[in-house]
Design a protein. Structure first.
Length: 493
């Protein structure tokens, strides 16, 4: 009412504070406003409180009318901020592509979702920290009564992919495609049940019709579907956040890259070093990865390295073959294999899109270089060594707590910001000349100084006689060629 600040609620000030906090405003003013208006409304003449309030605050006055006016002005600013907020129309996730696309009907399913969950030996370990509590029964119920009866592709019982294929996948060099989280879950559920796409021999169905549907890959895919059943962003048929797959242009040839590298100093690259379990002395003068992103493994579990993602929003780097996922199709049922295969288990959304977006033979997988944005890591115990197979659900995998507004194609969407994913091929073969098993073994495993490693590699290739011939040359090279920066290259080769 006029003449007091009694209608100025603390909740209003807190709402204003929360909005302004996102704009990096100081909270001190609003603390003063709340304290002052409460003081005036109570009719307490406390000069000490008035003196404690910021001098430019209009409420720092004995005039109750003036304080009331200040409160109404503050309310007007809140309404103005709310109006600005409403102008940001956040769209539900949807299919978006940079080129033409086609719709393909599904073939009949070969098994029920209940059977697929059982085949995967999924034990109901889906108690996420966010969203609904789920188990095998509730997941199957959600798939049958929600996901399948509310098809996410514009109400059509099919799936949409970019067309035509280019560069052995549907995205093609320099192009992108986006799907909603519900669309990805729908595709995964259909392929778990054995359905394919008519006239489009998608790789995900082919992959899940191998032993993969009863091993670690199946557990990973069922866990993804379970997370969708628990996900509050998918309630009431909503599409949820956006996932984007972007292909880079065709990579530069190895010869051209090496030509540029010959005169490119590493000091300009901005690289940081993580000496992960290398046994070598610390390298002085070279920036180091912060400790939260670089911890050596122990006898009982992995440490943190470039694959573990210990740093906030650290990109997961998959050093791939020409295609993401490696030689997993027909060769792996679960973990096993190398980095490529493990990442497909730990990141089921990446795996689903990698295989679904190609119908190539014999490797129906997304080609490199490629980014996947909006995907999440679902399991713990991941590192670059691949030593640890006891992967367990990360119950803290975000469902909606890590969502941020992202501008994309003229609209605003929600997107997971936790783990961007980058796959590219590192074509490092040929640096050692004649490559043999023993030669590469020394390069990968030797923790000794580079000079000794260099000598052993030469011995492995040419034998001791040839080593004697170049010994004088190697002495000179060891002092310059194997300085700390180039030592990193030589040891990693």
């Amino acid at each position: 009412p006029m003449g007091s600040c009694s209608n100025f609620s603390a909740s209003l000030a807190l709402r204003y504070l929360s909005k302004l906090a996102t704009m990096h405003a100081s909270p001190l003013l609003f603390i003063g406003v709340i304290a002052c208006c409460s003081h005036v409304a109570a009719g307490v003449e406390d000069k000490r409180l008035s003196e404690a309030i910021l001098g430019d605050d209009e409420c720092a006055s004995d005039d109750a009318t003036r304080c009331s006016l200040s409160a109404r002005q503050l309310r007007g600013e809140v309404l103005s901020l709310e109006a600005q907020e409403e102008e940001v129309d956040v769209s539900d996730g949807e299919f978006v592509a940079s080129k033409f696309f086609g719709s393909f009907d599904w073939t009949p399913t070969q098994r029920t979702i209940e059977a697929a969950i059982q085949d995967a030996k999924w034990n109901g370990d889906g108690q996420f920290h966010e969203g609904e509590i789920v188990n095998a029964v509730s997941v199957a119920k959600w798939v049958n009564e929600d996901l399948l009866v509310n098809p996410p592709f514009n109400g059509a019982h099919g799936a949409i992919v970019p067309m035509p294929a280019s560069g052995d996948d549907q995205v093609g060099p320099g192009n992108y495609v986006a799907y909603s989280r519900r669309q990805v879950c729908y595709i995964v559920a259909k392929t778990l049940m054995g359905a394919g796409t008519k006239e489009y021999d998608n790789g995900l169905t082919r992959f899940m019709n191998t032993c993969a549907r009863t091993g670690g890959f199946a557990k990973s895919m069922v866990t993804l579907v379970a997370s969708c059943a628990a996900d509050p962003t998918l309630k009431d048929g909503k599409q949820g956040p956006l996932l984007v797959v972007a292909r880079g242009a065709d990579p530069t040839s190895v010869q051209a890259a090496r030509g540029v590298a010959a005169s490119a100093p590493l000091s300009n690259a901005g690289l940081r070093v993580c000496q992960y379990d290398d046994g070598a002395a610390p390298l002085d003068g070279i920036p180091k990865v912060p400790s939260e992103g670089c911890v050596s493994a122990t006898g009982s579990g992995p440490g943190k390295d470039f694959m573990s993602g210990g740093l906030h929003r650290q990109v997961v780097v998959d050093i791939t073959a020409s295609w993401l996922g490696g030689y997993v199709l027909g060769n792996a049922c679960g973990l096993g294999g190398g980095q490529d295969e493990r990442l497909m288990v730990y990141f089921p959304e990446v795996a689903a899109l990698t295989f679904f977006l190609s119908a190539s033979h014999p490797f129906p997988q997304l080609r490199q270089p490629a980014w996947v944005l909006g995907a999440r890591q679902f399991f713990v115990d991941l590192d670059g060594t691949g030593r640890y197979n006891d992967y367990v659900l990360d119950k803290a995998v975000p469902l909606n707590s890590d969502l941020e507004n992202v501008q994309f194609k003229g609209k605003t969407y929600k997107m997971s910001s936790s783990r961007p994913f980058l796959g590219f091929m590192s074509e490092s073969q040929g640096f050692l000349g004649k490559e043999t098993y023993d030669n590469l073994k020394w390069a990968r495993h030797s923790p000794t100084p580079c000079a000794a490693s260099y000598r052993r590699r030469i011995e492995a290739v040419d034998g001791p006689t040839e080593t004697d011939r170049i010994s004088e040359q190697s002495k000179a090279e060891q002092s310059s060629c194997f300085a700390p920066t180039t030592c990193l290259c030589a040891c990693t080769s």
